[in-house]
Write a protein that binds this ligand. Sequence first.
Ligand SMILES: [Zn+2]
Length: 252
Amino acid sequence: MPLETVDALVVRVSDWSETSRIVTLFTRQHGKMRALAKGGRRLRSPFESSLDLLNHDRMVLIRKLTGGLHLLTESSQVGRFSFLKRDLEALNGAYLVAELLGDWVEENDPHPALFDAAVTCLQDLDGGAWQPKDRLVVFELKLLLELGYRPELSGCVGCGKRAERGVAAFAFASGGLVCRECRRSQRGWRELQESCWKLAGALVADLEAGRDGSGELGSVEEATRREVRRWLGEYLSWIRGRRPRLLGWQEG
Ligand SMILES: [Zn+2]
């Protein structure tokens, strides 16, 4: 069986036996992978502290091509995020990153740009320069873009009419704004203030241009940013069919 080296973020850890652990990884090379770390619970384990949640590791594993758990043979830390483990807001943000990745990414479905975005997000949370709830908005939009759920915020998804001033409606099933006429045929939608759909649209444009959204968020008042967080939380929950556990924190 082939030995493989992967770049990985640890997004879930569970105990398997007295001495072993199962880790769920989001890898740059293969998307999600679940691996057994034999001896991973021993004090002097071959993996040292690299199996902790949210670590960025380089791991060597025996990759099972027929399904089942891969077998971890070696791992070493690449990035250590030490600040965010001491700051509750940053830590909540990081847990939400782990939850979303563990929940949304599939096995054998690599998304290297999303992997890089997750590492950058954790670094930013660790650096303390961003408001963690806002930083998660940027990450969640990136997740949506990478996984094919780009929200359309410039015009009506039904007829193409450009969004006008004022309150607009966002239709969850269609993933975009709908005008008054097209709204009638939609099941689930919610209203968005002009400041909100404009900010969300600007953030999407920023990410698509390879920027990080900080310029857009810097000049906007908290009420608008909160409305964007709530809309985004509803959209994520709608697509996935359940609410991420840590959404309550982000929406506050
Ligand atoms: Zn329309």
